[in-house]
Write a protein that binds this ligand. Structure first.
Ligand code: FUB
Length: 451
């Protein structure tokens, strides 16, 4: 091979990997994606996921969920942890697959966890008034037994339907208006209509037809492939159509996902184990365009590196709201959430750092040890304010936040995070009495892609 050809191939390979959009999230292990565009903003795509602990390689220790958003399908915001086992009184383990829904002006997370003392899956419902959460648990849906892998489909007429499935079975029912129980007379076992079904149903509607996609196992068994069936009504009967994501290199034992139409394009979100190196149960979200033929059949997807586009990826931002406190995995110690200073993001900010050790802790979950640009948004309308910042219990920085009437960002430069849970803690410094109000709105951790 001549030198110019070798050079061309190297440049081509490097620029190809620069543009690769799969895995979609490379800073955190995520699975079971649930993609949505909410009615209040058709410009924003949301993806809700379950979370794998780094190095876990099984699903038994899964504890929480994340929300992600984007407006360009290239640069993403991770809104951090939105619900955790610790926020759910009735559950003890297995924060497995979930879905999200917008229903009558509120956002819902529908998830499964094992009930304390019983160890059976229940389908939980949590609510938030904003899409990024955090979500507050409302209890579990009555009438659903073994409620693993729930998906909530709201039809065009506003009727909510719940689908769930586990261990080679799939069920569905219409929900009552408060979403807290099924209508028993509508309950149906769909298993026989869904050849090879194992778990993870998801329903979307296209041109008046209901498509039920699901992970299934053929007699050759693991890993799971994605299949689908089509019906004229949400509760069936469904006609089995076939496989549309077959086995692929680097997949995990499971597959699971959902579809969305965003900016006129149909997209399939699912998961693989590319980020953890394949042959692993520590998973990552993937996305590829979904196409149909003239008859409305899904054209099988071959997982691609390119994914949703060939634009260069610049950054992923972890946007972690201080006021989420315990719900987001952090802590508010002798501080409060307030909303007087305008211009905050999310639902408010944290203030009243009056005494030494008053602090806010904010959780950042990442997949691998890596460097992130660290930014804090604050306001200090009455004068400068002195604080200690700790990262994972290590003193990171003492900093005098300058007077600022409005919320403003301070860029602290690059910090190192470890794989797993990282706690960023902002303390009031020393014993001097507070000179006025000091407020923390959020922290940002920005993963910068270096090519
Ligand atoms: O993520 C945990 C479990 O793995 C899900 O509930 C299943 O659908 C499979 O993806």
């Amino acid at each position: 091979m001549n030198f110019k050809l070798v050079l061309f191939l190297i440049v081509a390979c490097v620029s190809y990997s620069m543009k690769a959009q799969n895995p979609v999230f490379t800073h955190v292990f995520t699975a079971d994606p649930s993609p949505h565009v909410w009615p209040d903003n058709s410009n924003k795509l949301w993806v809700y996921t379950s979370h794998d602990e780094p190095g876990s390689n099984n699903h038994y220790g899964m504890t929480g969920y994340h929300a992600f958003s984007t407006t360009d399908m290239v640069n993403w915001t991770d809104h951090g942890r939105i619900l955790h086992l610790d926020n759910v009184d009735w559950a003890e383990s297995h924060a497995w697959a979930m879905d999200a829904a917008y229903y009558r002006g509120q956002y819902y997370l529908i998830y499964c966890m094992k009930e304390t003392g019983i160890g059976l899956f229940r389908t939980g419902i949590a609510r938030s008034d904003v899409p990024q959460g955090p979500f507050t648990d409302l209890g579990y849906v009555k009438g659903v037994e073994f409620g693993q892998d729930p998906a909530l489909f709201i039809d065009d007429d506003g009727i909510p339907y719940l689908f769930w499935g586990h261990d080679r079975k799939c069920f569905a029912a219409e929900l009552n208006e408060d979403l807290m129980s099924i209508k028993p007379e509508t309950y149906i076992d769909l298993t026989k209509q869904l050849t090879h079904v194992f778990e993870g149903p998801w329903v979307h509607k296209r041109k008046g037809k209901y498509y039920l996609t699901y992970p299934g196992l053929t007699p050759r068994r693991w890993p799971e492939k994605m299949f689908y069936a089509v019906a004229d009504n949400p509760l069936g009967p469904y006609e089995f159509k076939g496989v549309f994501i077959d086995d692929f290199e680097g997949q995990s034992g499971t597959n699971h996902g959902g579809t969305v139409t965003y900016k006129g394009k149909d997209i399939m979100f699912y998961h693989s184990a590319w980020l953890s190196g394949g042959l692993s149960e520590t998973r990552n979200v993937m996305a590829d365009y979904l196409h149909y033929n003239k008859q409305g059949d899904i054209i099988p997807i071959v997982p691609s590196k390119e994914g949703l586009g060939n634009a260069k990826r610049n950054k992923t931002t972890l946007l972690l709201e201080a006021e989420n406190g315990f719900s987001g995995g952090g802590e508010l110690y002798n501080v409060i959430v307030d909303t007087w200073i305008k211009g905050y993001s999310g639902k408010g900010y944290v203030t009243n750092f009056d005494n030494p050790y008053d602090h806010v802790s904010i959780l950042a979950q990442v997949a691998q040890p890596a460097k992130y640009r660290f930014i804090v948004s604050y306001a200090s309308p009455d004068g400068e304010s002195n604080h200690d910042i700790l990262i994972n219990s290590h003193a990171y920085r003492e900093f005098k936040f300058p007077k600022s009437k409005a919320f403003t960002e301070i860029d602290f430069g690059v910090v190192s995070l470890k794989a797993g849970d990282n706690l960023v803690r902002i303390f009031k410094k020393d014993w001097q009495p507070s000179k006025g109000e000091f407020a923390i709105d959020y922290i940002k951790l920005v993963q910068v892609f270096e090519y």
